[in-house]
Design a protein around this ligand. Structure first.
Ligand code: SF4
Length: 232
């Protein structure tokens, strides 16, 4: 049976986006193809440490089952869970059979991998990676493919962009253009970078929200609540 590199599995409250405060089981996959400046789980990226467990599908499923009492759903997060999509493709049917909803947290880039598992996913929490925020190249085409696929399968999808002191107006304009052409009613979340709050980022979010409203009326500014609560 195949295994996945798992950084940790735990139960906690969702701290981001419209599902804030709901209890979930979090399966944090190890490894990420991105290197965002502000990554809040750098230990799960795989650059500096190799602290993961190789776990089988049966082991991960058993752990989820043991932790799932009172939980709304299981969050497959990372790192980037879609980097281990073959494992996800084996795990998700077990979750469906157990009637545990599947919530995917993703960088929103690996659309081919998404295509292998989208049928079993209930909620897609997708990042849009703004190059001025991440310090990486732009992924507009990949984001467009990813979002189009999630929408085509009629999944509940919302999009989040982390706003840092480096985030440019130009990138926000590009993101809005992309999202609007797919669905002008999409929920778009501007998330101030928690590590950058002292540097005018909240004011920047306020300004960007007004800019977004012209095309995307469902734009919200939402911080990472779990960081304020100092929980996992
Ligand atoms: S995509 Fe997520 S896990 Fe990967 S480096 Fe960026 S913030 Fe970290």
């Amino acid at each position: 049976m195949s295994t996945a590199k798992i950084f940790e599995i735990f139960q906690s409250l969702q701290g981001e986006g419209p599902y804030v405060g709901l209890r979930q089981v979090f399966v944090r996959f190890f490894g990420c193809h991105m290197h965002c400046f502000w990554c809040d789980t750098p230990e799960s990226i795989g650059d500096t440490t190799g602290q993961y467990k190789d776990m089988t599908v049966a082991q991960v499923f058993a752990k989820i089952k043991a932790l799932s009492k009172d939980c709304h759903s299981v969050s497959l997060t990372g790192g980037e869970p879609l980097m281990q999509v073959d494992f996800m493709a084996q795990l998700i049917p077990l979750l469906k059979k157990a009637k545990i909803p599947v919530y995917l947290e993703t960088s929103g880039v690996l659309y081919q991998a998404l295509g292998q598992v989208i049928g079993g996913i209930d909620i897609v929490a997708m990042d849009i990676k703004l190059p001025s925020s991440t310090g990486q190249r732009a992924f507009w085409k990949e984001h467009e493919q990813f979002l189009t696929l999630a929408r085509k399968h009629k999944k509940h999808v919302f999009v989040k962009a982390v706003i840092s002191s480096q985030t440019s107006r130009k990138d926000i304009v590009c993101a809005v253009k992309l999202l609007k052409q797919i669905d002008s009613q999409l929920l778009f979340i501007l998330q101030p970078n928690t590590f950058d709050l002292e540097h005018g980022v909240v004011e920047k979010c306020d300004h960007f929200q007004r800019l977004c409203f012209e095309s995307l009326p469902n734009t919200r500014v939402m911080p990472q609540m779990h960081k304020f609560m100092k929980i996992q």
